[in-house]
Design a protein around this ligand. Structure first.
Ligand code: FE2
Length: 364
């Protein structure tokens, strides 16, 4: 058995570049149930940007904005709108992760850099992936502080409760025409991932919205990155709409795991998160399609939660509408009951729901 040259302990954090981090942090706390954790800004000696760190169980989001128009982060949000900049991966040795990946052809974003304060040290390094997206390798085994040097604890008076979100299940990238296989090659060759599932346009095709997808997984399966590219359809595919409005390749959705999808989605809906809805007919023959499940059908239908089964079990999932005005990033909420797949049986109903939204935007 070959050794894993890039052992990953999971997702460390997801960083979003946004136009207004103060308001974005409020949205993810009030609507999604994240808890305040840490802050960086002028008060901590950081003159050019502000970052809020929020956490829910093993999920950590960082929301960052530029304070001045000439800052590169301001340019990033001008071009892309709000979106994911960093998919940070926890490692035992950030210097080794950088050496291994850059020697295999990864383009360096940040050489290994040691950050120190009274609580110890964090080592960061980074490489580029699709579009303007970055992987940062985070080594924090010698750090006991709240997040990392440069941040202070953030303890606001307002602390809405959790919604039961647990960790990042997977994170999907949209890439351009004929770019899926080159990026599959990048994850195989540079990061040592393997392709565990593939979907072609026969699997994922509705009247209009065709796409192809390959799911890349690291060795221990903690990190899964499906890669989508558009396919020819009658009209504009959802991936093309994304590429047009994000102005390039980027993260399409982040899937957040829960152990109680009915409870979590009820909370999210009641706090204002909007979800895609499938027609009532989806539920008429659901049990014939997926077999017996533990959950009552009625709350699943009321909330619009989808179900799919594979050889190992079943999964429940639902997709939010885009969380920005541009039709770009959205979230998936997923509860796995044994299934290790991604809901292929729901693609048709789901993509038809996306097309109804695209049509309403005039982008079909
Ligand atoms: Fe997904």
């Amino acid at each position: 058995m070959s050794t894993d040259f890039l052992p990953l302990q999971g997702t460390d954090y997801v960083e979003f570049y946004v136009g207004n981090a103060k308001q974005a942090a409020h949205y993810y706390r009030s609507a999604f149930g994240f808890q305040a954790l840490a802050y960086s800004g002028p008060e901590t000696g950081n003159k050019d940007t502000v970052s809020y760190v929020i956490r829910q169980n093993k999920l950590t989001f960082v929301l960052t904005t530029a304070l001045r128009p000439e800052h590169p982060i301001a340019e990033h949000t001008r071009i892309h709108g709000d979106g994911v900049r960093v998919l940070a991966l926890r490692v035992d040795d950030a210097a080794a992760a950088w050496v291994e990946t850059t020697h295999r052809g990864g383009k360096s974003h940040m050489e290994p850099t040691v950050l120190k304060d009274a609580a110890g040290e964090v080592v960061l390094s980074g490489i580029h992936t699709y579009g303007d997206t970055i992987h940062v390798f985070v080594e924090r085994k010698n750090y006991s502080g709240v997040f990392m040097p440069g941040f202070r604890e953030w303890k606001p008076a307002y602390n809405p409760p959790s919604t039961g979100l647990l960790y990042v299940d997977h994170c999907v990238g949209n890439v351009g025409w004929n770019q899926m296989d080159p990026w599959v090659g990048f994850y195989e060759n540079v990061m040592g991932f393997r392709n565990i599932l593939s979907f072609d346009d026969n699997d994922i095709s509705t009247e209009y919205s065709a796409l192809m997808s390959k799911v890349m997984s690291n060795g221990n399966g903690y990190v899964k990155f499906p890669i989508n590219e558009p396919a020819e359809g009658k009209k504009k595919s959802q991936v093309e709409e994304y590429l047009e409005f994000y102005k390039g390749e980027g993260v399409q959705h982040v899937a957040l795991a829960t152990a109680d999808i009915i409870g979590t989605v009820t909370q999210l809906r009641d706090r204002g998160v909007e979800f895609l809805q499938v027609p009532a007919s989806y539920y008429a023959d659901l049990i014939e399609r997926v077999g017996k499940i533990d959950e009552d059908l009625r709350p699943l239908q009321e909330l619009g939660i989808l179900v799919d089964r594979d050889d190992e079990g079943y999964l429940l999932q639902i997709f939010s509408k885009p969380v920005e005005d541009r039709p770009t990033l959205f979230f998936e909420i997923i509860e796995r009951k044994g299934a290790k797949s991604f809901g292929k049986g729901n693609f048709k109903a789901l993509f038809e729901a996306i097309e109804r939204e695209q049509g309403a935007r005039g982008n079909l």
